[in-house]
Design a protein around this ligand. Structure first.
Ligand code: PLP
Length: 382
């Protein structure tokens, strides 16, 4: 008998004709563990209030009444609400929305990247960017940030002029470093970039007062887009809603590549409820900023290097064995993120109780001569 025909063992990935560039790749994602202090994916630790939950229940029930029909494909009402939230005189046709800004960004890469094209960003940055490039067959390149994680504008414009990338991605405030990029730098990059420029402002609401949004530059640069999300400050990570503001033509390009009916009727209804309660959804942002600044100051006091942050997290280090420190914290119910350049760790701003648990566990780790051993480096200077 033919062994190949009778062999009913389930196929492994090695048996399947996977695209060569995906062989050996792992699905992206930080560990999702059931511990008391979740400080690893920059979520807002405060759930929505009872009034918002009740409104969402009514909205879902109403949507359920026509669940036999496809949802409104262009999500016009939701995009109008998002435009109103952003201000700056924006209208629904200048706003695009999808299932998280991850999907928005994939639409950008599908529309403006692709085979034979290149995307450029500033490292270290968001670890999903190279994955969008891979999945859209776009070549990926980076320019290093300075030691303090800011962008060197001369180096950036030189690299862009030479490499002529089709897509430039600037996370501001940047993940995992928290670094905001000033508008003068963004404008210089827009002036030399031959393709589109996306400023990913996922953490904009956490920025320190006076940090301008790239929304202010949209009128000047027709190939600029500004991406935002409801996942972080807006306390709506589970709702999966990201969005982008740009020219109507830019939005039309994204509409070509989106899947039909990509935003479910439930997503649209619930996101509109959250936006109607924007003040309450954003109500804890000020306290999260205070927790961020307090933990940054505490880390500096304990002799650690800390990257200046305009987001709801702090990157700190550097540890000779960061994994041991991460594990020590996890063993005490505090989950942070092992991310960024070698030796660094990232902690999200949580509730006062979360941060007390973090400080307690890290104090122990620092006192342990094996684990607390740090690289002997001078503090970052801006
Ligand atoms: C968290 C994050 C996002 C948001 O992703 P969603 O898909 O909207 O949840 C986007 N960009 C950066 C840099 C992020 O850190």
């Amino acid at each position: 008998m033919n062994a190949e025909v009778t062999n009913s063992a389930p196929a492994t990935l090695d048996d399947l004709p996977l695209r060569p560039e995906l062989i050996g790749e792992q699905p992206y994602g930080a560990p999702q563990l059931d511990v008391p202090h979740l400080l690893n994916v920059n979520e807002n630790p405060y759930p929505p209030g009872a009034g918002i939950i009740a409104d969402a229940q009514r909205a879902v029930a109403a949507a359920m009444g026509s669940m036999n029909r496809y949802p409104e494909r262009d999500a016009r009402a939701l995009r109008g609400d998002l435009a109103a939230y952003l201000g700056h005189g924006l209208t629904a046709d200048q706003v695009w929305a999808a299932n998280g800004s991850n999907e928005v960004m994939l639409h950008v890469m599908q529309a403006f990247g692709g085979p034979g094209r290149t995307a450029l960003s500033f490292a270290p940055s968001y670890s999903m960017y190279p994955e969008y490039a891979r999945d859209s067959h776009t070549a990926w390149t980076t320019v290093d940030r300075r030691d303090d994680f800011t962008i060197d504008v001369d180096q950036a414009t030189a690299a862009i002029s030479e490499q002529r990338p089709d897509v430039v991605l600037i996370a501001s405030p940047n993940n995992p470093t928290g670094t905001a990029t000033d508008l003068a730098t963004v404008a210089e990059i827009c002036r030399v970039a031959p393709g589109v420029v996306v400023v990913d402002e996922a953490y904009h609401e956490f920025a320190r007062p006076g940090t301008a949004s790239a929304l202010e530059l949209l009128d000047q640069f027709p190939r600029l887009a500004v991406s935002r999300t409801m996942s972080k400050a807006f306390a709506f990570a589970g709702g999966r809603l990201g969005y982008l503001a740009a020219s109507p033509a830019f939005v039309d390009a994204l509409r070509i590549v989106r899947l039909p009916y990509h935003l479910s009727a439930v997503t649209q209804a619930v996101a509109r409820v959250a936006l109607a309660h924007a003040d309450e959804m954003l109500g804890q942002v000020a306290s999260l900023r205070r927790e961020r600044d307090a933990v940054a100051a505490w880390l500096v006091d304990h002799g650690l290097q800390v990257a200046e942050s305009d987001a709801n997290f702090v990157l700190f280090g550097r540890f000779a064995d960061r994994h041991a420190v991460w594990q020590h914290l996890l063993d005490r119910g505090v989950l942070i993120r092992e991310v960024g350049p070698e030796g660094w760790l990232r902690v999200s701003a949580g509730t006062p109780d979360d941060m007390a648990a973090f400080r307690h566990a890290l104090t122990e780790a620092l006192a342990d001569p094996t684990m607390g051993r740090r690289y002997d480096t001078t503090r970052l200077e801006k």
